[in-house]
Write a protein that binds this ligand. Structure first.
Ligand code: GZL
Length: 334
């Protein structure tokens, strides 16, 4: 159902999002708040949270795309990194009879029941960023996101060429890995891609692998403990930039020199990562592009026009290190 401009609804949604209550209600057709104005496409977006710079940029991309001037009304829900909040948000979107639902799923599994409810309500469901494992893939219309397996492999390809350039290709190297949210596609794919490539190098030793949930403060804690337990760490692989920043803080507190004494590898390539590379603290960040707003809007426009859409669409991504960070930074938009 569409056709209403609901300032009252947006206000309500923002209050609900802030309080995490997740209970959204929408003015009925004859309520004073609803006025039939432009024929806006109402999009419910269930975001994971605000756990990282990447996530903030992702939210900004969605919010700057789904505006009234672009022909949309956005109903936004912040899941605060909790699966149950996202399920609640999808059920609320059904009650609101939104025209489309977009979900950035915190983890891959557990969605079959609520997705069936969305399908029964005839609301097209678009998955953005991380992926979902469901028995019946007709439950969602399209997915757009990153190839996380490839990202993991790119990270170790970079490490191989970096060590080669340092004349250290055959050195015995101890590696620790900080994983993101366990069970998220980003964690699953990066862990697998890294593992595949590490297995090709007998002189690489993965001595510890711990999750810090993509969160900087958690990574600082976890890395602090690892530095007390292991005094010969040669490489830290953090599965996102914010965990790399936390690990860098812990290394400095322990008197270690990140970027030199300990090679630091990361993912996302947000602006702060470029600054960390220019400062010499971070060696490389494998890009994970968060600007999904326009991509999701393109899918919706095609669906509105009755055109076919790709079921899965990967975004193109690069690798940035201390060699190219300075020249690339001006062009970065997040
Ligand atoms: C990746 C995304 C991950 C980022 C983290 O597409 O899901 O979640 O790598 C974010 O920064 O928290």
């Amino acid at each position: 159902m569409r056709g209403y401009c609901r300032i009252g609804l947006i206000f309500l949604v923002q209050i609900c999002s802030l309080s995490g209550c997740g209970i959204l209600s929408r003015p009925t057709e004859n309520s004073p708040e609803s006025t039939a104005e432009n024929d806006l496409i109402v999009v419910g977006f269930a975001q994971i949270g605000a756990e990282s710079d990447w996530r903030v940029a992702n939210t900004e991309s969605i919010m700057s795309t789904f505006t009234e001037e672009n022909g949309f009304e956005l109903v936004f829900n912040d899941g605060q990194q909790k699966f149950e909040n996202q399920v609640k948000a999808l059920r609320n979107f059904i009650q609101l009879e939104v025209d489309y639902i977009v979900l950035a799923p915190v983890v891959e599994t557990g969605w079959d029941t609520v997705f069936a409810e969305v399908k029964a309500a005839n609301i097209p469901l678009i998955i953005s960023d991380r992926f979902v494992e469901v028995k019946d893939d007709s439950l969602y219309t399209a997915w757009v996101g990153s190839d996380f397996l490839s990202e993991g492999e790119k990270a170790i390809d970079w490490l191989n060429s970096y060590l080669e350039s340092q004349g250290r290709a055959d050195e015995e190297i101890n590696i620790v890995e900080l994983q993101g949210t366990l069970g998220s596609t980003a964690e699953i794919g990066r862990t697998e891609g890294i593992a595949r490539k590490l297995a090709e190098k007998p002189n690489y030793h993965l001595i510890a692998i711990e999750s810090a949930d993509f969160i900087q403060s958690k990574a600082r804690e976890v890395m602090g403990v690892l530095l007390q337990k292991h005094n010969e760490i040669g490489v830290v692989i953090a599965q996102n930039d914010n965990m790399a920043f936390g690990a860098i803080e812990a290394m400095k507190a322990a008197g270690k020199i990140p970027g030199k004494e300990i090679i630091v590898i990361s993912f996302d390539a947000v602006r702060a990562a470029f600054n960390a590379m220019l400062a010499g603290d971070l060696n490389v960040s494998v890009e994970c592009n968060p600007l999904h707003g326009p991509r999701v809007a393109e899918i919706i426009r095609k669906l509105e026009a009755g055109e076919p859409v790709e079921k899965k669409r990967y975004v193109d991504e690069a690798v940035f290190d201390q060699e190219n960070a300075a020249e690339q930074l001006p062009a970065r938009t997040y």
